[in-house]
Write a protein that binds this ligand. Structure first.
Ligand SMILES: C[S@@+](CC[C@H](N)C(=O)[O-])C[C@H]1O[C@@H](n2cnc3c(N)ncnc32)[C@H](O)[C@@H]1O
Length: 253
C-alpha cells in the first residue's frame, strides 16, 4: 500500500483512498465493450483455463439442490455463466459490480446465452455489499480484488455474506516466480499489453493501469494473511502458469 493510511495505489501512482474508485470506474467504463475480446487477446486464451480452475473449486451441485453464488466484481458475467453451466438446475448466480457499463454488457450476454433466469446482475460496491449476512453458499471474485481501494473491507464483506461452511475463492494476477519467465513476462506486460490495449480499445492508459496494478498487488502469502485477518479459515493458495495468477481459497467456519 502507499505511504499514508489515507493513500493507496492507482497503478504505480499514489492517490488518496477516496480517489481510486473513480479512476478505476473510468477504466472499466472505457473498456467495457471490448473487455471480453481483450481478455482473450492478452492472455492468449489462458484466462479460460484459469477460470475453469476456479469453477472446479466452486464445485456447484449437479442436481436440483439450491446453490447460491455471489460473484463479486463480476463484470460481464464470465464466472457466473461458467458456474451455472457446471451446476444443476438449483444453481443460481448474482453478479455484483460497481460499474453499470460492465453489467449492461453482462446482462446482454446472459440473454444471448439463455441464462438470464439463473444469472442476475446487480450494481454494488464490494466494500459495502447490499446483501444480508450469510446469504450465499459461495463467494467468488476474479481479477477484481486488486481494483478495490479497501481490500480488507471487501474481504470482511465477503465473509459476512457467506453462510457458515461456505467457501470464498479469489482468482487474481500474482507474482511470476519462474526464473527466465520473469523477464519475458515483464517485457510482455509493459511493452505489449498497453500496445494491444491501444490498438483494440483506443485506451492505452487503461492497460498501463492493468499491468501496474498487477505489480502493486500483495504477494500470495501476504494476501492469504489478509484473508485470515478477515476471518477466513483453512486459507490456501495455488499458483498457476508459473505464478502469473493465483487462486486463493478460504472457508467460513
Ligand atoms: C478486470 S474486471 C473483472 C471482471 C470479471 N470478474 C472477469 O473475470 O472477467 C474488474 C471488475 O472489477 C469491478 N470493480 C472495481 N471496483 C469495484 C468495487 N469496489 N466493487 C465492485 N466491483 C468493482 C470493475 O467494475 C470491473 O468490472
Amino acid at each position: 500500500m502507499a505511504g499514508s493510511p489515507d493513500e493507496t495505489h492507482f497503478g504505480f501512482e499514489s492517490v488518496p483512498l477516496g480517489e481510486k474508485q473513480a479512476r478505476v470506474d473510468e477504466v472499466f467504463h472505457s473498456v467495457a465493450r471490448r473487455y471480453d475480446l481483450m481478455n482473450d487477446l492478452m492472455s492468449g486464451g489462458l484466462h479460460r483455463a484459469w477460470k475453469d480452475a476456479l469453477v472446479t473449486a466452486v464445485n456447484p451441485p449437479k442436481g436440483d439442490a439450491p446453490f447460491k453464488l455471489l460473484d463479486l466484481a463480476g463484470g460481464t458475467g464470465d464466472i457466473a455463466f461458467r458456474v451455472v453451466k457446471a451446476g444443476g438446475a438449483g444453481t443460481t448466480a448474482t453478479v455484483c459490480d460497481i460499474n453499470a457499463d460492465m453489467l449492461t454488457v453482462g446482462a446482454e450476454r446472459a440473454i444471448a446465452r439463455g441464462l438470464d433466469d439463473r444469472v442476475t446482475f446487480e450494481e454494488g460496491n464490494a466494500e459495502e455489499l447490499p446483501y444480508p449476512d450469510r446469504s450465499f453458499d459461495c463467494v467468488t471474485i476474479a481479477f477484481g480484488i486488486r481494483n478495490v481501494p479497501r481490500i480488507a473491507r471487501a474481504l470482511a464483506e465477503a465473509h459476512r455474506v457467506l453462510r457458515l461452511g461456505g467457501r470464498f475463492l479469489c482468482l487474481e494476477f500474482s507474482s511470476v516466480d519462474v526464473p527466465g519467465l520473469e523477464a519475458l513476462y515483464e517485457l510482455y506486460s509493459f511493452k505489449l499489453i498497453p500496445a494491444i490495449g491501444q490498438a483494440v480499445t483506443g485506451d492505452r492508459a487503461a492497460y498501463q493501469y492493468l499491468v501496474e496494478s498487477i505489480r502493486k498487488f500483495p504477494k500470495p502469502k501476504a494476501f492469504a494473511a489478509m484473508m485470515e485477518e478477515a476471518g477466513f479459515r483453512r486459507v490456501s493458495f495455488t499458483p498457476m502458469t508459473g505464478g502469473v495468477v493465483a487462486l486463493h481459497s478460504g472457508w467460513k467456519l
